[in-house]
Design a protein around this ligand. Structure first.
Ligand code: NOJ
Length: 542
């Protein structure tokens, strides 16, 4: 499949300022009526994505998976989960997207496989010291009889990062026990992933999102890691994350990406301090790295200003463009975050089913609309998670029996996990799953979800869906270059110009301020008279 026969023009820089829409396939659209979203479901919604105006979609994993971690436990990197379709369905989806001028980015999960992957099953069968075990990280245990884990490393999902197998050895998993970590010093592992990248690139995929990119190189000689591991400074010396050796791996990937015309691009998921991100984004490596700073920030003008300035400066250093993101499948939706009192313990809030403290839903949505418009005015690529264009809130009250996230079990029910942002999309006002499919969905939807459905929002001129459509269309029309110039404004207002013809003002305060000069091209909320209301963004043109 070539892009020449499609609605997209070959362009090596397409990603620099792309609007990328994240599809979480199992929760997007269910075409075959089994309660689980699928690839044909995505294809059926290409007209919707086109009308929305996105440049690309990024698909979270759709590969065969026992779903111990929402598909991030991959049993076969070069196939489609039969519950989600076939490779032919995938090809048809890519064609439909390309015809519609939408590029396709897929997730690649190199840190770990599923424990059902053929290699891990072979490793279990082959025994200690075998070549099969050497593709993963097996070690003998500590203590006189080896019954203690080799180190006190802790899994990101809670509990030990080591699990013992029946013959007594232990294997490393930075996430769930069903997600054994690969040993990236093994050339077979490297070669296999190069094959995977070629496999999807040959099928017409335009780019990759690289899961846990900062985790591939580990220093197993360090036996002990303090349990406050999340707070260690990452600077290339941590035994598990962000070690300098990962860059050697991505340099080889870049050589594969560059075999294609146009070259494939990739974006690193690397939760590392801002200055370290530059390394992953180099032209000689993945090309871009996720910047999660706005996603982690409160709704605060000075925080936003600092983050924007810092990330634009770093983008200049790496030559990449930066990436903005407010929501994804791992965090509480931003409409909800912004409706909680600042400093809320979100873990406790989720455990209370979203009741303590209560969310100010209207305020959260008002702020989310303002923040998303600000995001879309920034230079760089803009990532948007499915459903944020409907202003969806977190589904915080999923009954414990329905929770799927391994975090819930692994933490002994101390953390509820991420299912609340992964609830299937409401397409219609009513129906067994609000138009997601024809039967009950795999995760229960809130009873009032129909009010935020595509059908309901299509009919409401001031809906968040219409706001996103207008913002994406205007961005496409107004955007020239990658510059940003700060404008003088009230301290509560984040104001900048992309160029003379396009200026963005966000009033983070609650009180109105005078409306800046020019014509309002778009606003995230009603503008009355000559005032810019609180918690509102306006885009001004001449
Ligand atoms: C990051 C992914 O975004 C998340 O959903 C997943 O659980 C972990 N990586 C492990 O693959």
């Amino acid at each position: 499949m070539t892009s020449a026969s499609s609605g997209i023009r070959p362009d090596a820089d397409w990603w620099r300022q792309a609007v990328v829409y994240q599809v979480y396939p199992r929760s997007f659209a269910d075409a075959n009526g089994d309660g689980l979203g699928d690839i044909r479901g995505v294809t059926s919604r290409v007209p919707y994505l086109r009308a929305l105006g996105v440049d690309a979609i990024w698909l979270s994993p759709f590969y065969p998976s026992p779903l111990a971690d929402g598909g991030y436990d991959v049993a076969d990197y070069r196939d489609v989960d039969p519950r989600l379709g076939t490779l032919d369905d995938f090809d048809a989806m890519v064609s439909a997207c390309h015809e519609a001028g939408i590029r396709v980015v897929v997730d690649v999960v190199p840190n770990h496989s599923s424990d059902q992957h053929a290699w891990f099953q072979e490793a279990l069968a082959a025994g200690a010291g075998s070549a099969e075990r050497a593709r993963y990280i097996f070690r003998d245990g500590a203590g006189a009889d080896g019954s203690l884990p080799p180190s006190d490393w802790v899994s990101n999902f809670g509990g030990s990062a080591w699990t013992r197998v029946p013959d007594g050895q232990w294997y490393l998993h930075l996430f769930a026990p069903e997600q054994p970590d690969f040993d990236w010093t093994n050339p077979e592992v490297r070669a296999d992933f190069e094959q995977t990248i070629r496999f999807w690139s040959d099928r017409g995929v335009d780019g990759f999102r690289v899961d846990v990119a900062h985790g591939l190189a580990k220093d197993l000689t360090v036996p002990y890691r303090p349990s406050d591991q999340d707070h260690l400074p990452l600077n290339g010396t941590d035994p598990l994350y962000d070690r300098d050796a990962v860059h050697d791996i991505f340099a080889t990937w870049r050589r594969v990406f560059d075999e294609y015309e146009p070259p494939r691009n990739a974006v690193a998921e690397a939760w590392v301090p801002a200055p370290r991100r530059v390394l992953y984004a180099r032209k000689t490596e993945l090309g871009q790295a996720f910047n999660f700073d706005l996603l982690e920030a409160p709704f605060d003008p000075s925080e936003f200003r600092t983050i924007i300035a810092q990330n634009l400066a770093m983008a200049e250093q790496s030559g990449a463009s930066t990436t903005w993101v407010l929501s994804n499948h791992d965090v509480i939706r931003h409409a909800t975050r912004y409706g909680l009192p600042e400093g809320t313990d979100t873990t406790a809030w989720l455990l209370s089913d979203g009741t303590v403290p209560p969310v100010d839903a209207a305020r959260g949505l008002r702020r989310a609309r303002a923040a998303s418009m600000l995001q879309l005015a920034l230079p760089g690529s803009s990532y948007h998670y499915q459903g944020e264009e409907l202003g969806l809130h977190e589904a915080a009250a999923i009954p414990p029996a329905d929770l799927q996230d391994p975090i819930w079990i692994r933490t002994g029910h101390q953390r509820k996990g991420r299912d609340g942002c992964r609830v299937p999309i409401p397409w219609t006002r009513s129906g067994p799953s609000f138009g997601f499919g024809s039967v009950a969905p795999h995760l229960p939807q809130p009873a009032d979800f129909g009010r935020s459905s595509v059908e309901a929002e299509e009919q409401s001129p001031h809906s968040t869906l219409h706001l996103y459509r207008s913002a994406l269309a205007l961005r496409r029309e107004l955007q020239r270059g990658e510059e940003l110039h700060w404008l003088d404004a009230d301290p509560q207002v984040v104001a900048f110009a992309r160029h003379d013809g396009w200026r963005s003002y966000t009033n983070f305060g609650v009180n109105p301020v005078p409306l800046p000069p020019g014509r309002v091209a778009l606003s995230s909320g009603p503008v009355v008279g000559n005032l810019l209301p609180g918690e509102t963004t306006v885009w001004m043109v001449d």
